[in-house]
Design a protein around this ligand. Structure first.
Ligand SMILES: NC(=O)c1ccc[n+]([C@@H]2O[C@H](COP(=O)([O-])OP(=O)(O)OC[C@H]3O[C@@H](n4cnc5c(N)ncnc54)[C@H](OP(=O)(O)O)[C@@H]3O)[C@@H](O)[C@H]2O)c1
Length: 290
């Protein structure tokens, strides 16, 4: 898969959501290219199993594990600290973990789960790792968004979805729009630094996505799988953005099938991007000092 010329020897890469699906293949492919890969998971046995699986396919790959439930801001803060204690810098951050929730749930921080996991986690983790990214000669931040952002708006008046009826696909699509708007805003904020920031749509991929909701959701996602691409195909754009020399200087873009493409017109609204940043910083209690 991909181009073996995209060597990653000596690079330090962190991939979230690497126990399964797109994230696991992304981590494996980057390990195969010579990177030291740190995979993050919330369950000890699942993360160890994934690490062994990656090591068995990429025997020369250096695979480390770190634990965090990314819906918890305290655990994200601990993860960032542990990473910085153990590693001198971060060359590539792949914000991949994400999910859809059939019913409204709240995180330990009292935040609606989709918002907490899909948007606030990459927002907080990336910001907490900025010093580590700046310590790299040239760093990349890659965030797995989705074409599900199309037609969505950020619900600024009810980010936590406390009012009205909860529609899981809409809430999910909104958080994927946030991934893209966050990437555009961060790319501008880091314009003077050697860090690129891009978002992507992986395609419709046959993974465990949606299945933890059980019942007819599991059946629906399972029935749809024959129309989906494989996790290997789904990981291609993530791997490309993390490793390809030709995109080393490309920043503030949205990719699909390894090509920069247009995201929805709403996603380019700079005032909304700035507003989202401020709201996200407030919800995560994040300031530039951490
Ligand atoms: N599949 C698609 O068609 C598709 C399309 C567009 C975008 N995407 C995006 O692609 C990304 C990867 O999804 P996937 O399809 O590979 O799904 P997946 O197979 O369900 O993998 C999701 C990963 O996220 C992790 N995760 C979920 N909740 C977590 C939490 N609270 N803390 C830490 N990790 C957590 C999961 O870990 P556990 O093993 O602990 O559950 C798993 O490793 C997501 O951001 C998704 O929105 C997927």
């Amino acid at each position: 898969m991909g181009d073996s010329a995209d060597k990653m020897d000596g690079k330090i890469v962190l991939v979230t959501g690497a126990t399964n699906g797109i994230g696991q293949i992304t981590a494996r492919e980057l390990a195969l290219r010579g990177a030291t890969v740190i995979i993050v998971g919330r369950d000890t046995s699942r993360i160890q199993f994934a690490a062994e699986k990656i090591r068995s396919t990429a025997p020369s790959g250096k695979v480390h594990t770190l634990m965090a439930d990314l819906s918890s801001q305290a655990q994200i803060r601990r993860l960032a600290e542990e990473f910085q204690t153990q590693f001198p810098r971060l060359d590539v951050l792949v914000n991949n973990a994400g999910a859809i929730f059939a019913r409204r749930q709240v995180s330990v921080d009292g935040i609606e789960m989709t918002l907490a996991l899909n948007h606030l986690a990459p927002f907080l983790l990336t910001n907490l790792l900025l010093d580590a990214l700046k310590a790299s000669d040239h760093a990349r931040v890659v965030t797995v968004a989705s074409a599900a952002h199309i037609g969505m708006r950020v619900p600024f008046n009810d980010l936590n979805h406390e009012q009205g009826c909860y529609r899981s696909f809409v809430v999910y699509g909104q958080t994927k729009l946030m991934n893209i708007m966050f990437s555009y805003e961060l790319a501008r904020r880091l314009a003077g630094d050697a860090i690129t920031v891009n978002a992507l749509h992986p395609g419709f991929v046959a993974t465990n996505f949606g299945k933890s909701n059980g019942g007819w959701w599991n059946m629906m996602f399972t029935l749809a799988q024959p129309f989906a691409i494989s996790p290997e195909q789904g990981a291609q754009t993530s791997v490309y953005l993390a490793s390809a020399p030709e995109v080393a200087m490309v920043t503030g873009k949205y990719f699909a099938r390894r090509k920069a493409v247009k995201s929805s017109s709403v996603s380019y609204d700079r005032e909304a991007q700035r507003r989202l940043w401020i709201a996200s910083a407030k919800l995560t209690d994040y300031s530039a000092n951490g």
